[in-house]
Design a protein around this ligand. Structure first.
Ligand code: NAG
Length: 431
């Protein structure tokens, strides 16, 4: 622990950059998903009122609900488009530039949402949400890559885990600011929606003071001066020869930079197992049941007979717990490695879901057996991860590639492919 603390102090520049990347990266995503729940009633009323003012007749309940659902879901559509194009854009242009554009998109989105009430247009909320979705689709793609690329090997796990720390921090902040007493009330909700632009503004101002990722500067730009300068700013004034050698090796391996189309990624045998693991881990993240827990949290607290007024605060408690566990994970990851924390987390969730199912089935109320599906998924994934995910702690990109090549090509051929490096590409998808 003392050791890693001194590591962090030595890498002061890196820590500052992690903060700046987080604040405009996964934070706004988390913030926006939780914040939108609070003004729901006010926005629905606002839609109805604007309609009456414009056309002289009220809207039917279903139409209001339809518009509200559209407002909620258009965020996801924007997010999908954003993340689909981002891989392509961020290989073509610098990540830093892409991130700054992202900030601008988010700011415009926040202005649209913030002024919607003033100009009496609920369509502006719709547009704002859509733009914001695109923005978070971008930032959620760029943030983990960028933060991984600026880290030395020994801190990469820590750096990557800050993505979820900022995400959960965003969720909690949204839950808190969305409370009635703060901005989640009838008169201040436009300000609540506009507040989602604040972090984008902060990042927009601070990011230009930080460098592009060192590996980008060296591999794609071939600019050794800028590379050394970036390393110095991020990792301090020490000897980083071993890390530099790793990046040089990676550079030597990548002769041709070529973007892969989605289909090519699926066909490429050298990427087969990376793809399997990625799909399983990401799917499990969505299907682990955590969303259901959030969705049901109000119900669960109601069933436990907490007072209605108290429930929003209890929900904040749930958010705080998630955030704390993300922080805990970032402290543990360099010690225990990725595989162990991932599997350990799954096993813990299996245990909790089993417990939850038992408790709820005693009440017969919520259809508790829905959690059994999640439980099954978790069991499958933890076995899969245990068997097939190579530990990546402390390994360079090339070493990790080597591990996967053992799976992709079988042990004997892996050596051949490592020598046959000319067909390595930089990864990126192009729609
Ligand atoms: C819309 O507003 C009118 C007038 O205040 C009200 O009678 C009606 O119930 C509202 N409709 C909905 C769906 O809230």
């Amino acid at each position: 622990m003392a050791n890693s603390l001194s590591d962090l102090i030595q890498h002061r520049g890196l820590c500052q950059m992690i903060l700046v990347l987080g604040i405009g990266g996964s934070f706004p995503y988390g913030f926006h998903i939780s914040v939108i729940n609070y003004p729901s009633l006010h926005i629905r009323r606002f839609i109805n009122e604007t309609w009456i003012q414009r056309y002289g007749s009220p809207l039917r309940q279903e139409t209001v609900m339809l518009l509200w659902t559209l407002i909620v879901s258009v965020y996801g559509i924007g997010g999908f488009l954003g993340s689909a194009y981002c891989g392509y854009l961020s290989t073509k242009y610098r990540k830093k530039k892409c991130q700054i554009v992202t900030n601008l998109i988010m700011l415009v989105a926040a202005l649209f949402m913030g002024f919607s009430k003033m100009v009496k247009s609920f369509e502006m909320i719709l547009i704002g949400r859509f733009l914001y979705g695109i923005g978070t689709g971008f930032s959620l793609t760029i943030h983990p890559q960028y933060v991984g690329e600026i880290s030395p090997k020994k801190l990469r796990g820590f750096s990557n885990s800050t993505v979820s720390v900022f995400l959960t921090l965003g969720k909690v902040s949204g839950q808190i600011i969305g409370l009635r007493e703060l901005l989640g009330n009838e008169s201040l909700w436009p300000l609540l929606l506009a507040s989602t632009g604040l972090t984008a503004l902060i990042q927009l101002i601070l990011l230009p003071f930080f460098p592009d990722s060192p590996s980008y500067l060296l591999i794609q730009k071939d600019n050794e001066d800028a590379f050394m300068k970036a390393i110095k700013q991020l990792w301090g004034d020490r000897d980083h020869q071993a890390e530099i050698d790793d990046i040089l090796k990676e550079k030597a391996a990548i002769k041709s930079t070529k973007s892969l189309r989605v289909l090519e990624v699926f066909k490429d045998q050298s990427l087969r197992w990376q793809l399997y693991v990625l799909v399983i881990v990401m799917t499990t993240l969505q299907l682990s049941g955590v969303n259901a827990i959030y969705f049901y949290s109000f119900e669960v607290f109601r069933t436990a007979r907490f007072e209605e007024d108290l429930i929003p605060y209890l929900a904040v408690g749930v958010g705080v717990c998630e955030c704390l566990s993300a922080v805990l994970c970032s402290c543990l990851i360099e010690r225990f490695g990725r595989r162990m924390l991932l599997c350990g987390g799954y096993v813990l969730m299996i245990f909790v879901l089993a417990l939850l199912t038992m408790t709820l089935s005693l009440q017969e109320l919520l259809g508790p057996f829905c959690f059994l599906i999640f439980l099954g998924i978790l069991v499958f994934s933890s076995i899969f991860i245990y068997l097939f995910l190579p530990e990546t702690k402390g390994k360079s990109i090339m070493e990790i590639k080597g591990e996967f090549n053992k799976l992709n090509f079988g042990k004997s051929q892996a050596v051949d492919t490592e020598n046959n490096l000319s067909k390595e590409h930089t990864l990126c998808t192009k729609f």
